[in-house]
Design a protein around this ligand. Sequence first.
Ligand code: AMP
Ligand code: MG
Length: 194
Amino acid sequence: MAAEKLEQGELVAIPTETVYGLAANGLNANAVLKIYEVKNRPQFNPLILHFPSVEQIEQLGLRFPPKARELAQVFSPGPLTYVIPANDKIPGIVTAGTGAVAVRIPSHPLTRQLLERLPFPLAAPSANISGSVSPTSAQHVQAQLGGKIAYILDGGPSEVGLESTIVSFLDEPPQLLRYGGITAEQIESIIGPL
Ligand code: AMP
Ligand code: MG
């Protein structure tokens, strides 16, 4: 059900280890636009694309830098997001016109299965109205967004409840853009100073 709805350009709430996400086909600008509308999210705030593996990121023609690869071997799947140069397959509404795209490999088993079945990555911010609390259960999503989205994939309560840590690889050294489930010390222990 979730896969069919996403293939049709509909919105589906998905469980991740951080919080529930509000997902759409990340390569379909019309589908992604619905995320902004339902969340009432300003369009200058770019979205994270979720992939099943580093291989799938590279299959889109994106360059995943060596230090990102080192981190991915340790922390992905998991709550770490990598900002890397975008390409023309990524809609401008995903990147907010920045020329860079944020990518992550989530660890929740149901969402991993879903991503492996789909021929596209999922754009997915938290499944809440902008400014309210991020949901950590399917019931919580239903209470905020039920009726506005096609389907809620119930994967039980989220484990981390914290957002993903975001690191940018656009410059050297890489830059920590947002604190989250993985600490700067954990990252620096693998790739050196940020
Ligand atoms: P979230 O609202 O938790 O899904 O995370 C989205 C956040 O990821 C944005 O508010 C930005 O802070 C960050 N982000 C997403 N895409 C980019 C990008 N292309 N460049 C820099 N930061 C990004
Ligand atoms: Mg959010």
